[in-house]
Design a protein around this ligand. Structure first.
Ligand code: NAP
Length: 491
């Protein structure tokens, strides 16, 4: 059961002696960045973008997943949850503010405000395209041949297969992250199926805004991330109030006469079947590219049959010389807005003959916006061990307490820093990991250091900004190998 990612797909056609120099299919983050850059470099550019409604009928405007049903509304929901925690903290600082998390009217206002902001961004994107003289076509694009793109209007709409599942009732009664931000009100008691970025972020903000939330994890949380850090994130979520069903696999969803959704699942650890009822079931089980509708087979663009993604080279080229693909649709590419944006811009510059620079997909920092945020750059400890061997890496770590947690009497058990380095030579840093407040803000600067080849002594020679959480990264001195207590005491 996967929902289709449609709008971070950006497939680009380079044409010569045709109507356009560039035609970009997909007005997601990457597609928009590429088209605007190309237009600024003097190319004649068109962007086709069309939102096929979700199975629940949710539709949205220009800007792709990030703007409409991803990063932007997610961060605003996360912010609402953080404010709830801040209101609780405020009491310890002598400021008595009632916490309105359970007030449905306020929740409705919040949902509406987020939606209004997203609409303003949709409008902003249209204005930017117009200003930069990029032709925007609200059409569903597909390839007729390698130099011809067909745009279909609503009347030519195909019925998309948005759900790939055999779980009875999942499609009829479920929602995905395509829908959650466009509901008219908060979803109530919610089961979130899946345990990666989207699942944990949604479960986190839902818990934070007072919704009874359970996460169903079939294997591990945050696959691909450092698993010690993933454990801290989920431990904190459990302490925060999110319930977890570990090792559980959903089997069916039935709508009861009351309107409640009864979910039946198998607990793989006990071998038992269990049920519970929910107001909403949110499927966050991964996204699949909607490449079939692009007509790639007609022109011979190579696609990985297993993942459905387009096979790309280091320069975003495909197996057809004038067709390029970048963003989520590229095989093996990170599904992240900033990488799509940068890859799109660089491609536009190369196509315009202005540069030969390729996108460097290494050492891209990212943040998981769970109630306790987690950010990282570089290798996880597992990856570092896998590549270099246990004896060739050194891990420095610290359990620290953010100053703002002290007066607020917040538990800091999961606030942790890990610096993964080479053990020999200059101790080049391979990976940095941080759980705590403002994780994205903390890691962005350190990611620059990693790109510049930072070593442990560079980190330790850096003078901290006192008293901040980021400062703690510059102070690490305890190695895991030493077995010493890594709890930070004093300033
Ligand atoms: P994902 O990373 O592909 O994870 C899918 C999750 O669903 C996994 O936990 C998987 O479990 C589980 N799952 C899959 N099929 C299932 C089934 N039939 N039953 C139960 N569980 C099932 O997908 P995602 O969380 O949607 O993220 C997609 C991409 O979006 C990510 O790669 C990420 O780069 C991007 N993203 C980024 C941000 C950010 O930058 N903050 C936020 C959100 C998303 P297993 O591990 O057992 O397979």
């Amino acid at each position: 059961f996967r929902h289709i990612t449609r709008h971070s797909i950006a497939l680009l056609l380079r044409t010569r002696k045709y109507d356009y120099d560039l035609v970009v299919i997909g007005g997601g983050s990457g597609g928009l960045a590429c088209s605007k850059e190309a237009a600024q470099l003097g190319q004649k550019v068109a962007v086709l973008d069309y939102v096929e409604p979700s199975a629940k009928g949710t539709k949205w405007g220009l800007g792709g997943t990030c703007v409409n049903v991803g990063c932007i509304p997610k961060k605003l929901m996360h912010q609402a949850a953080l404010l709830g925690t801040a209101v609780k903290d405020a009491r310890k600082y002598g400021c008595q503010i009632p916490c309105p998390t359970t007030n449905q009217n306020i929740r409705k206002q919040h949902w509406k405000a987020v939606q209004n902001h997203v609409r303003s961004l949709n409008w902003g994107h249209r204005v930017q395209l117009k200003d930069k003289k990029v032709k925007y076509l609200n059409l569903k694009g597909s390839l007729l041949d390698e130099h011809t793109v067909r745009g279909m209007t609503k009347s030519g709409k195909e019925v998309g297969c948005f759900f790939i599942t055999k779980i009875p009732g999942a499609m009829e009664h479920g929602i995905t992250s395509d829908d959650i931000f466009w509901l008219k009100e908060a979803p109530g008691k919610t089961l979130v199926v899946g345990a990666s970025y989207v699942a944990l972020e949604c479960a986190g903000f839902l818990t934070g805004i007072g919704q009874d939330t359970k996460v169903m994890v079939r294997s591990i949380a945050l696959r691909g991330f450092d698993q010690q850090m993933a454990g801290l994130v989920t431990d904190h979520m459990q302490a925060y109030g999110t319930r977890f069903a570990w090792g559980c696999v959903p089997q069916r969803v039935d709508k009861l006469p009351s309107g409640a959704l009864q979910v039946t699942w198998a607990d793989t650890r006990t071998g038992k079947e269990e049920t519970d009822s929910f107001d909403s079931v949110l499927w966050a089980v991964g996204r699949a590219p909607e490449a079939k509708a692009l007509g790639l087979d007609k022109v011979g663009v190579e696609v990985n049959r297993e993942t459905g993604k387009i096979v790309v080279g280091a320069d975003e080229s495909t197996s057809v010389s004038n067709i390029y693909a970048f963003g989520d649709i590229g095989e093996g590419r990170p599904e992240l807005t900033p990488t799509a944006v940068k890859a799109g811009r660089l491609l536009a510059r190369r196509l315009a003959g202005q540069s030969t620079q390729l996108m460097d997909y290494d050492n891209v920092a990212t943040t998981v916006f769970t109630p306790l945020e987690y950010s990282c750059v570089g290798l996880s400890e597992e990856e570092a061990v896998g590549r270099h061997g246990q004896d060739a890496i050194e891990v420095y770590h610290a359990f620290y307490k953010p100053l703002e947690f002290t007066v607020a009497e917040r538990d800091a058990s999961q606030c942790y820093i890990k610096v993964v380095c080479e053990r020999g030579g200059e101790q080049r840093i391979l990976g940095l990991h941080y759980t705590g407040p403002n994780a994205g803000e903390v890691m962005q600067g350190f990611s620059l250091a990693l790109r510049c080849g930072a070593t442990l002594s560079h980190l330790k020679e850096t003078v901290g900004i006192h008293p901040t959480c980021a400062e703690e990264l510059t102070k690490v001195s305890i190695t895991k190998r030493s077995g010493l207590d890594a709890t930070v005491t004093g300033c």
